[in-house]
Write a protein that binds this ligand. Sequence first.
Ligand SMILES: [Zn+2]
Length: 176
Amino acid sequence: MCAERVAWASRLADHRGMNTSRYAVGWTETSALFRECLAVAADDLHVSPLRYYEHLGREENAGGELCGTLVIANLRWLRETLRRFGPGALAFIAFHEVGHVADCSNGRDDWEREMIADWQAGRLLGLLGQDIAPAFTWLLTEADCGSRCTTHPPATTRMGVVKEGYYRGVVQRLGW
Ligand SMILES: [Zn+2]
């Protein structure tokens, strides 16, 4: 399960007590964590079957096929993201990509599509009782295009959307 593996990787990091390489788990663990989080999201969003293709190239980081079945990710990038931002950030990315796969609303522009995926990713974090901070840190550090934003909205806009989804997920988890 995604949530258990995120918790496990976090405990391992605490145990090691190191800084820059604190989440330096191996390729296999990185892949397993990402796959498990993809599976949880696919189950929740009724994407079946979800196809996942992973590679070690230099190009592309991760992507989800809009209203489709496929997620592609660069394992090298995933591992580096995990090392720098922790398992919660990887869970967020997995949820975001499945959010694209499950998005069958037509006629939207790029930014709106990204915000739909972000909302779903936030909701899944809240639903699974995950910390929202790693996703925020990742967005602010890695995904902040500032005034040069083209394909994605600015990080602060995305964080607002993630937070809205997160509240929804928490409400769902608590059954209110
Ligand atoms: Zn996206």
